[in-house]
Design a binder for this molecule. Structure first.
Ligand SMILES: Cc1cc2nc3c(=O)[nH]c(=O)nc-3n(C[C@H](O)[C@H](O)[C@H](O)COP(=O)(O)OP(=O)(O)OC[C@H]3O[C@@H](n4cnc5c(N)ncnc54)[C@H](O)[C@@H]3O)c2cc1C
Length: 358
């Protein structure tokens, strides 16, 4: 079977690996818009169910990913000058760049071809391939094509966030809620290598406007954030992927009722997104990739295989998206929980994805 992936992120790369493991004769071309050296993110959390599914599918890439991962076993919640340290909270993460590097090397080793600096569309590729995999991420053009056949549901967070790096490796996962004159500003931070951490800052729109964030070169906003989180950062500094104010974003949770149409199928963020606060977008992407490869391998006509993939993924994705939505909405309504004492605030925070009231 000749397959083209439109977009070369984790979803496409893992699909290519899984498909080659199941069907070594499959011919897979991956078209990636960006050049090979572009870094598009900081660290990501590696969920254990995802790692276990990866181990079962391909031990070589699983071992290479673990070799580049770091772990922690505590979560620290900082709120109104107090600290709650929770033990036995195991987590693991790696650099997004490191993960992509490992998967690219493995996909090429298995015989896939990756075309960098190659933006692609279904219209360009349709004639040359039997299957087009829409793996072009959160701003997917492939999704819009399938959307003509079934509804796409979008829920936007009211908050603003920015995904930053920090040149210090925390030894645990930290959530630091700072009260400022313009309202709360908080960070989700965790290490992803021996000397770096992910630092995702979030605040309400009103707070964002109060500080004038997003209206000037980003370096000025970073200096302000370094001041707000000085007690956590010490002399460490924050780094962004670019100096453009558009690095500040509002998260959009997206769900597509249909994952395939004619010869096109969606995987990863193109198919569905999950708020970053539950760290599961990559897990969904990898599980989609495995489910699609397995379904194609089971055989039958292509429409049948794609329908089977959609049926299989719907329930699992619904459950994670529900948790992600509860978590996103908890942060959107953070002011309702803010005056709670630390223990009650921590409890509400930890159970936020279940949708329980504080
Ligand atoms: C702040 C933040 C923190 C996160 N933290 C975590 C976490 O801790 N754990 C976790 O599991 N997930 C996390 N995620 C989510 C995770 O990053 C995504 O879910 C995951 O990257 C999805 O993979 P993907 O391959 O579907 O999309 P992407 O990684 O976005 O890849 C899509 C690729 O397609 C390319 N592309 C786009 N259009 C075209 C085109 N027309 N032609 C060719 N190429 C194209 C893009 O350049 C890109 O390389 C986080 C996300 C955010 C925003």
């Amino acid at each position: 079977m000749k397959i083209a992936c439109i977009g070369g992120g984790v979803a496409a790369l893992y699909f290519a690996i899984a498909m080659k493991r199941r069907q070594p004769a499959a011919a897979i071309d991956i078209f990636e818009r960006d050049s090979a050296d572009r870094n598009s993110g900081w660290g990501i959390i590696l969920r254990e169910p995802m790692l276990e599914a990866m181990r079962r599918m391909d031990e070589a890439s699983h071992a290479a990913i673990l070799a580049r991962a770091v772990s922690w076993d505590q979560i620290e919640i900082r709120h109104k000058g107090e600290v709650n340290l929770l033990s036995n909270q195991f987590g693991r993460s790696t650099g997004r760049h490191a993960l992509v590097e490992v998967l690219r090397a493995r996909a090429v080793e298995l015989g896939c071809r990756i075309h960098y600096s190659s933006p692609a569309s279904a219209a360009d590729l349709a004639g040359g391939y039997q299957l087009l995999v829409g793996s072009d991420g959160i701003k997917s053009g492939c999704r819009e094509q399938i959307g003509a056949a079934a509804p796409i549901v979008r829920v936007q967070s009211a908050n603003r966030f920015i995904w930053l790096g920090c040149d210090k490796a925390f030894d645990r996962m930290v959530f630091d809620f700072q009260q400022t004159t313009h309202g709360p500003v908080w960070v989700h931070a965790y290490p992803f290598s021996a000397d770096k951490s992910t630092f995702v800052v979030e605040c309400a729109q009103q707070t964002f406007d109060g500080f004038g964030f997003g209206r000037r070169a980003l370096s000025a906003d970073l200096a302000r954030l370094e001041g707000i989180f000085a007690s956590l950062l010490g002399d460490a500094s924050l780094t962004s992927l670019s100096d453009a104010p558009h690095e500040w974003r509002q998260f959009e949770q997206i769900r597509c009722d249909a994952l395939h149409h004619e010869q096109m199928v969606l995987i990863g963020d193109a198919a569905h997104t999950a708020h970053f606060s539950i760290g599961s977008g990559t897990r969904l992407a990898v599980e989609d990739a495995i489910a699609l490869a397995d379904s194609l391998h089971q055989g039958g006509a292509l429409p049948e295989a794609l329908a089977r993939y959609q049926r299989q993924r719907s329930e699992a994705v619904d459950s994670i998206q529900q948790q992600a939505l509860h978590s996103m909405q908890w942060f959107d309504r953070i002011i309702e929980h803010y005056s709670l004492p630390l223990a009650a605030f921590s409890r509400a925070f930890l159970f936020r994805s279940l949708g329980q009231a504080a």
